[in-house]
Design a protein around this ligand. Structure first.
Ligand SMILES: [Cu+2]
Length: 466
């Protein structure tokens, strides 16, 4: 075991524990594996306590261990493991894995929760149990098996998340033109998280929909076709459109039909588009949103890389982390209680499946929008400062400079530019960080030479060059 991690406990709020673990990489290393900041545990489990016929036990909640009494946990060697304990019987309990010096706060009231986080730094089989007198003997114990399994499970369903590098390049300087875009609305079952699927509604089979790019003054003919095997009517409302419903008034397309809206792009900016068929919030939550960029006459300042990221929420009947096919839950939507928060449609879309890649010295731009339907994002990149922020994605106004976090409303967008000076892994988040624990995270992996005059693991800047 390379280093020992302290055991951390929280009461009530479960999740921020993992934030405190694992320091960011020293500037000197370009090894991304070493530099991966563990803002999320590699594996996490939830246990509920129960007192019943079988005595006192832990019962798994969610995922592979759902409903299993004192489940055997199998984790990869060196994984950061989080176990959240939820009191479901009203008696006093805790949980401990003494081998890894992990022990939780006590939970005394029904509904109270606590957690342990530790690195499983040694292979073998170890005990977990409740340390209250007599509880282990009464049945509150199980096994933790470390090692012997692969770290990541392969997705079992189609990936519907859009690669953030999937967007057309800059338009450059030219006069106004006429464009035709063909969009198809498709209802597709896709991977929501490892082991979890959801019936998405999409523009073009991915979330978000395709990035549309035009110039101010262009005339756009948009043909919206609703796939023949759809169950729902779909439509499109583009915030870049001046006219009733942003196009939704004339594009309500039953399954198998095609509708057309033609519009002139009057104003520059980055605009959200979304389905606007009742119940609109339902269509958006299920994945029907995207961005359209209306470039100014002279284009945008040149950057080295552009990325396309959107934030959304999903409302499922099963709680976060539950495996199998998940059903949409209208009551949770109306109550604004999502189970999932995601970038580009799925948990892990921008971490496991399509992390962003860049090099030291490059300036990157993120076109960031919030599909929602309901939650404002406190958009932030951990370890970076935005050099330029086009607030509310206004391109007729001068950008703000040197901004840490930017508020992006539901149905709104922002454009941020920043130069990368130090290699390592940077993490896109909504700084309402509870949402990190419900799936919301993205990586920018930056390779290249460090700059010890900016960032160093040593007491002096510029010391110990590399
Ligand atoms: Cu729709």
């Amino acid at each position: 075991m390379s280093r020992r991690f302290g055991t951390l406990c929280v009461r009530g709020s479960l999740a921020l524990v993992a934030l405190l673990l694992a320091p960011m990489a020293p500037a000197a290393t370009t090894n991304l594996e070493k530099s991966a900041a563990a803002y999320r545990p590699d594996v996490s489990y939830t246990f509920k306590t129960r007192i019943g016929r079988e005595g006192m036990v832990f019962v798994g909640a969610g995922g592979d261990i759902d409903g299993v009494v004192n489940p055997t946990l199998k984790v990869p060697l060196n994984a950061i493991v989080q176990i959240t304990l939820v009191n479901d019987d009203g008696a006093e309990h805790d949980i401990a894995v003494p081998e890894f010096k992990a022990s939780s706060d006590h939970v005394t009231a029904k509904g109270a929760s606590s957690a342990i986080v530790f690195r499983a730094g040694k292979g073998g089989t170890f005990d977990y149990y409740c340390t209250l007198p007599g509880h282990r003997q009464a049945g509150m114990q199980g096994k933790l098996e470390v090692g012997g399994i692969a770290a990541a499970k392969a997705p079992e369903a189609a990936d519907v998340s859009r690669d953030p590098a999937d967007l057309p390049g800059p338009i450059g300087k030219r006069g106004p033109q006429r464009h035709r875009f063909d969009l198809t609305t498709e209802e597709v079952k896709g991977r929501l998280a490892d082991g979890t699927t959801f019936n998405y509604w999409t523009f073009g089979g991915r979330v978000p929909g395709p990035f549309l790019r035009v110039r101010v003054g262009d005339t756009v003919e948009l043909r919206l076709k609703n796939a023949g095997n759809s169950r729902m009517i779909h439509s499109i409302d583009l915030h870049a459109v001046t006219g009733p419903g942003g196009g939704a008034a004339v594009t309500q397309a039953p399954p198998g039909d095609e509708k057309i809206v033609t519009f002139k792009a009057l104003k520059t900016g980055l605009y959200v588009y979304h389905c606007a068929t009742p119940m609109v919030a339902h269509h958006i939550a299920n994945g029907m949103y995207g961005l359209i960029l209306v470039e100014p006459e002279a284009g945008l300042p040149k950057v080295d890389k552009e990325f396309y990221v959107m934030q959304g929420e999903l409302y499922t009947t099963g709680e976060f982390g539950r495996h199998g096919e998940q059903e949409f839950n209208v009551q949770k939507l109306l109550d604004e209680r999502p189970e999932y928060f995601v970038f580009n449609g799925a948990v892990g879309a921008l971490t496991q499946l399509h992390p962003m890649q860049a090099k030291v010295g490059e300036t990157v731009r993120i076109f960031f929008g919030v599909g929602g339907p309901n939650f404002t994002s406190s958009f932030h990149v951990i370890g970076e400062i935005f050099d330029r922020v086009y607030t509310w994605a206004s391109l007729d106004s001068a950008p703000l400079e040197a901004v840490q976090t930017v508020s992006v409303p539901a149905g709104g967008a922002v454009i941020v530019d920043f130069k990368l000076e130090v290699p390592g892994r940077y993490i896109l988040v909504d700084h309402a960080l509870s949402r990190l624990e419900r799936g919301l995270a993205g990586f920018i992996n930056v390779t290249g030479k460090g700059d010890a005059s900016i960032y160093s693991p040593l007491p002096e800047l510029g010391a110990g060059g590399h």
